[in-house]
Design a binder for this molecule. Structure first.
Ligand code: KG4
Ligand code: ZN
Length: 343
């Protein structure tokens, strides 16, 4: 089966083509085109939804065209179209959804509406390694700009939400702290870069909800704690910024690790799948691996290649391959508030 995946939920416009045999455990990537409007948003220090939607309109047809060209395929070679229908910004989502519906109609192809959050987890199923075997039950941690969620995956068809953030998402915390420190947008990669030169111990930040019994997260207090420290400073030198970044990054990672491994233990997970923009963070990837080695845990960690952590069409096509929930195009609507079934 060969699937064209379309992603337009926020500030990236993605189109990608994947292919896989019917019972395959992973899918192969044939092309993956992403147009990002990050430079437009860095001028405003964040995303203005109307601007994001306008950029989506500009890029959607070119990225689809290029994804076909790069994979040397014609529309007639495509078996199905997958599209993100939520969650996300309504204006941005509509561009991808309406384009996909139109193509489904004129090319006469089945359409698979796909949950963006699941897409981040399914980025782990894109591989050229035929032996890659992700066993269930699995715990999935989605850490993106808009979401921080823990899910239990018993099978491709049985996915339960365990908990999520009560306020800011992990990526949002990185972005807001980055803005407080006058770092370029998006904050996550900027903080990771600055943290490399930081020293521990100059600042101390809270680890919200780290010991709570549920699987909820809260990151807005961390941002406030950073703001309080910044307000006390006379001058924000690069050195001080780095010292703040290393501690703020550690606070976020520590909480994510504690909660995620609590879920791994409670549900006896065989696999742990990370996904979303924040999972591109090298320190986070390292710390998750270290925890498994240090505690001799019997769980296999999977993290997508870095270029598949942030938004892309490939992860949407991969999720669609395994979920395979085909729907008539007339019945598909963008759903900005789409979420998971709750436990
Ligand atoms: O998954 P994504 O591309 O978009 C959403 O679905 O939200 O994630 C974007 C988020 C941004 O908040 C960005 O700051 C964060 O991912 N991010 C990072 C890193 N790269 C991207 N956060 C920490 N470290 C990184 N290296
Ligand atoms: Zn995303």
């Amino acid at each position: 089966m060969t699937i064209l995946g379309i992603e337009s939920s926020c500030d990236e416009t993605g189109a990608a083509i994947i292919t896989a045999e019917n019972n395959a455990k992973t899918v192969k990537l044939l092309s993956n085109i992403i147009a990002s409007s990050i430079t437009t948003h860095s001028k405003t220090g964040g995303i203005i939804p109307e601007n994001a939607a306008r950029e989506q309109i500009k890029y959607i047809i070119p990225v689809i065209k290029k994804s076909l060209e790069e994979s040397n395929l014609k529309p007639s070679n495509i078996d199905a179209i997958a599209v993100t229908y939520g969650p996300g910004l309504i204006g941005s989502l509509l561009v991808g959804v309406e384009t996909a519906k139109t193509l489904s109609y004129i090319w006469d192809k089945p359409l698979i509406p796909t949950n963006h959050l699941l897409g981040h987890i399914y980025a782990n199923f894109i591989s050229n390694d035929n032996d890659k075997d992700i066993k269930f039950p699995a715990i999935g941690l989605i850490v993106s700009g808009g979401h921080t969620d823990l899910i239990l995956i018993r099978s491709h068809k049985e996915i339960l939400w365990l908990g999520g953030t009560r306020d800011d998402a992990a990526g949002e915390a990185f972005d807001k702290i980055g803005r407080l420190l006058n770092l370029p947008y998006p904050g996550g990669p900027s903080i990771e870069r600055m943290a490399k030169d930081g020293s521990h111990g100059k600042f101390k930040f809270p680890r919200p909800l780290i010991n709570s019994k549920d699987y909820d997260f809260s990151f807005s207090g961390l941002k406030t704690a950073v703001l309080r420290e910044v307000n006390k400073l006379e001058k924000l030198s690069d050195r001080t910024i780095s010292d703040i970044c290393i501690e703020a990054q550690d606070s976020i990672i520590d909480v994510l690790i504690e909660k995620t491994f609590k879920a791994v233990e409670e549900f006896g997970a065989e696999s742990l799948l990370l996904g979303g923009g924040v999972s591109a963070n090298s320190k986070l990837r390292e710390e998750f691996e270290n925890r498994i080695i240090k505690n001799n845990l019997n769980v296999n960690l999977f993290v997508p290649e870095k270029y598949l952590c942030t938004d892309n069409g490939a992860m949407i096509a991969a999720a669609a391959f395994f979920q395979n929930d085909i729907k008539a195009w007339q019945k598909i609507d963008a759903n900005p508030g789409l979420y998971f079934d709750q436990t």
